[in-house]
Design a protein. Sequence first.
Length: 232
Amino acid sequence: MKFELNSTLLNIVPTIKLGINHYTRITVSESPQMLQGRLRLFQEQLFFDLDDKLVTDYPEIKEWRKLWKQLGADPNRYRPSAEALLRRIKKQSYIDSYHTAVDLNNFFSLQHKIPIGIYDLELITGDVVASLGTENDGYAGLNGRFNSMKNIVHLSDDISSFGSPFVDSTRTSVTSSTTDALHVFYIPPSFDVKKSLELTTACGNMFTSMSGGDVRSYVVHEGQSSIVLDED
């Protein structure tokens, strides 16, 4: 399977970067108490941190909002997922535990203040392309409604769109049956490739320490706009 950054998207935002973790032979299950407790404690810490600041004060959130506008989308209507999570926490509406994959995905997103999505590789058909959505792109999302991807960075395979830094689709969602997964980190454009790979690799190592299996980490960017995932 190939993962590619579309050239049109790169022409608009040459500094865009996506971190990729390819997981194999993982086990997705109910999160251990340690992870559930850590996720809850971190949310409580963020709640107090947000007592005297705005969600948009975080530089990573500012960057994604700026990118949203650069691409033609409205960040106040279609908020990047990390911003949406932080706004929930500011209202003390904490995120409940779901399973190891979702809990770790949420933890990483809150920790790094960036959108992140995780997808079941068995439910992806053909190659994956990250591109700028049009009025013809969209999908049924985990938020319970159909979501247009117009002017939003989105991931698509041979079937349709399935992921974005806004909300992910139900079609490729990770379940307790997932053994191979694609973890996509929507890196702030200001990060260099080295910092982006370090972030992606650190998260991948923590993920497999909880879920077992193996991980290979990559970053797609202007200098290397496509990678091939080893499916062995």
